[in-house]
Design a protein around this ligand. Structure first.
Ligand code: AVJ
Length: 319
């Protein structure tokens, strides 16, 4: 297994400093969702994917189970590039189908976490001995150009994570993905779909409070990495559906006036009671929007598949 590292722990801590300074001094305050995923946050997300209220993972897996063979057969790809560590069983559904098809030679997972990549790549290396595994430690918004070339590639971006990007960022990202790909190569894109607000909000505000803990965890990351003194009991989890933007918004609301010290940034951050930090958007799509955004980036949407209840979609698009 080959591993290229384009993102070191020092790079990550510098990015966190920059993001924290920008977001905590902005009006309104915000933080990028990438900082949720320290070891504890990643465990919490794994737990979220199994919650009864959080349907996206199950729904997407149902689509892939039903259509992985079609995808493998129609595309005949030689290289599967996954934006994300490839640790999920959804990846296995694709690898198995492409292995069955007999065309797949190489798997290229790209993720910010070297540890997640190493453990996933090792497992895949041993389960698919003849498959070349080439991990890339990088950020999908900066390091797409590090993806190895050669035709017959498919970039896979699952989970609905593209919904974390606001429209302008999504347009730029999809254009970059298109730039990396050659004529006739493929993008497989998972997108969560618009549905009744109660179902959407419940998926981001589960009864057991796992999502609340996941959301609060970003303050733990700031405390640990920047020496901040956020009092987690002084914030509450908020998940709201924003119909205008067609996205779920997660926020942390201050329960009282307070001042938080962030010594690593030599910053004092004031909060008024009720003030909120926006910690994530998760955009929800319909077929028209997905196909329009793909077309704008230079892709032709060839297939639109959803789970039986039509909750989540996987689109196969051709560059
Ligand atoms: C991993 C970004 C797809 O937006 O649904 C889950 C993250 N946030 N619960 C999502 C998440 C709250 C998830 N993605």
């Amino acid at each position: 297994m080959k591993l290229d590292v384009y993102l070191t722990p020092d790079d990550l801590s510098e990015q966190l400093r920059v993001d924290a300074r920008e977001g905590l001094t902005a009006k309104p305050k915000w933080l990028p969702p990438k900082w949720f995923y320290d070891a504890y946050g990643s465990d919490l997300f794994e737990r979220i994917t199994k919650l009864p209220e959080y349907y996206p993972t199950r729904a997407e897996r149902a689509v892939l189970a039903a259509h992985a063979a079609d995808i493998a057969h129609e595309t005949g790809v030689k290289t599967l590039v996954e934006l994300g560590s490839g640790s999920s069983d959804k990846t296995r559904l694709l690898l198995d189908a492409m292995h069955e098809e007999g065309t797949l030679a190489r798997f290229v997972p790209l993720d910010v976490s070297e540890t997640a990549l190493r453990s996933a790549a090792k497992a895949i290396d041993s389960d698919y001995p003849e498959l070349e595994v080439h991990g890339i430690v990088g950020d999908f918004s900066h390091d797409l150009d590090r993806i190895p070339g050669g035709g017959g590639r498919m970039i896979v971006f699952l989970g609905g994570t593209i919904g974390n990007l606001a429209p302008a960022e999504r347009a730029a990202f999809l254009a970059e993905v298109r730039d990396v790909l050659g004529e006739g190569e493929w993008l497989l894109l998972g997108t969560d779909l618009v549905k009744d607000p109660q179902t959407l909000v419940a998926a981001y505000d589960d009864a057991d409070g796992v999502t609340a803990e996941f959301n609060l965890n970003v303050l733990r990351v700031l405390n640990r990495s920047l020496g901040a003194d956020f009092d987690l009991t002084a914030f509450e989890h908020v998940a709201v559906w924003d119909p205008r933007h067609s996205w779920i918004e997660m926020r942390l609301r201050a329960l009282r006036d307070m001042t938080v010290e962030v010594p690593a940034l030599e910053l004092e951050v004031g909060f008024r009671a009720g003030e909120e930090i926006r910690t994530e958007i998760s955009a929800k799509f319909d077929r028209h929007r997905v196909e329009a955004e793909l077309a704008k980036a230079g892709f032709a949407a060839e297939h639109w598949w959803t789970d039986p209840q039509g909750r989540f979609a996987v689109t196969l698009a051709r560059a």
